[in-house]
Design a protein around this ligand. Structure first.
Ligand code: NAP
Length: 329
């Protein structure tokens, strides 16, 4: 079994977690609000969790919106079948996105109000069947947020023992720094999209003073801030949603060339294409933790090989260059 069996200390916490985080967005039957949980969904969640444990993954990522809450509900049902398991896991979830789910026409929106954070957290604990989360993330920035309210909600949840640590998702350096100035404890994570075809986090590092560069997705200073403050960057969609291992017929020339290089390197390293893509993220000195999206046991096993792959600098830059679709400046 690969090095994923080793659990690493998570900075700014007393937790030890697997380097690969298993994302639970694929559990619970998808995005249709009318879907009902079935025995099939339970089997899928059971197989997912059992394979994760077999691979040494103790870190699971949720959000209250995944499958309209059914991802957490079905995960909670499987946890209930396995007494004592909850205490061996790191459970992370997110709040702050609200569906247009009321009959009076309320739109889909973001909500970091104290009331919403507290109510959403209670519902998460009920669905997962646990008395606490290890990590709570704010899902997507709320334009109307008042950081004092967030700080109040966090303080209450911590005092009540309902959440141990807090972090954010999809926030830039300035948003994190601003929030942090209201909090007594350090933020522990920022979950952001990072993959070979969405590499703004790397692009920003080579774009200063380059006339040809486009401002890369607001990443300015975010990697450095996270490294300085030991906030772990968690990579969502680390496999670009399977594009590079799927049917490439309708994909861009850049995606095709990147997929081809991924395949070549996988052969050279005697590993899987999934492992090459993840090893590219793992090589970054910030200590990125990929959040895997597949719920399929075979694909989880293919991903788990990543921790046995060490890319060299030349391979890393070749992959970066292929994914960005143009040579280094
Ligand atoms: N914070 C945020 O805003 C945010 C946003 C999106 C996601 N997330 C988190 O990040 C996790 C990962 O996101 P993601 O699902 O977009 O990540 P991903 O790992 O890049 O993509 C996984 C998706 O691609 C499909 N896929 C096709 N071929 C695959 C292959 N060879 N290997 C692996 N997957 C393949 C999977 O389907 P199968 O299940 O059929 O394998 C799954 O739907 C989510 O579960 C969630 O926890 C967070």
């Amino acid at each position: 079994m690969g090095k994923e069996m080793q659990q690493i200390p998570l900075p700014n916490t007393t937790l030890k977690g697997s380097r690969l985080i298993l994302g639970c967005m694929g559990l619970g039957g998808g995005w249709d609000p009318k879907t009902m949980l079935t025995k099939e969904h339970e089997k899928e969640a059971r197989d997912f969790l059992e394979t994760g444990l077999e691979l040494g993954a103790n870190f699971y990522d949720h959000a209250n919106i995944y499958a309209h809450g059914r991802a957490e509900t079905v995960f909670g049902r499987i946890l209930k079948e396995k007494p004592g398991l909850r205490d061996q896991l790191i459970l992370q979830s997110k709040v702050g996105i609200r569906w247009a789910d009321n009959p009076d026409g309320t739109p889909q929106r973001f909500d970091f109000s104290r009331q919403h954070i507290l109510e959403a957290l209670e519902a998460i604990l009920t669905r997962l069947g646990t008395d606490h989360l290890d990590i709570l993330l704010l899902h997507r920035p709320d334009v109307l947020w008042e950081p004092e309210e967030v700080a109040e909600a966090f303080a209450l949840l911590k005092a009540q023992g309902k959440v141990r640590y807090f972090g954010v998702s999809n926030q830039n350096r300035f948003q994190m720094e601003y929030l942090q100035s209201f909090l007594p404890d350090p933020l522990v994570a920022n979950q952001v999209e990072m993959n070979l075809l969405h590499s703004g986090f790397a692009e920003v590092g080579i774009s200063f003073n380059q006339a040809s560069s486009q401002y890369p997705d607001g990443w300015e200073g975010t990697v450095e801030y996270c490294r300085m403050k030991k906030v772990v960057l968690q990579a969502w969609s680390p496999l670009a949603r399977g594009v590079l291992t799927g049917d490439l017929q309708n994909q861009s020339e850049t995606a095709k060339a990147t997929a081809s290089l991924v395949q070549t390197l996988a052969k050279q390293h005697e590993t899987t294409p999934e492992a090459i893509q993840l090893a590219w993220l793992l090589k970054h000195p910030a200590g990125i933790q990929p959040v895997l999206g597949t719920s399929k046991p075979d694909r989880l096993r293919a991903c788990a090989q990543a921790l046995d792959v060490e890319l060299n600098r030349e391979e890393w830059y070749s992959l970066f260059g292929a994914g960005r679709g143009k040579p280094m400046p």
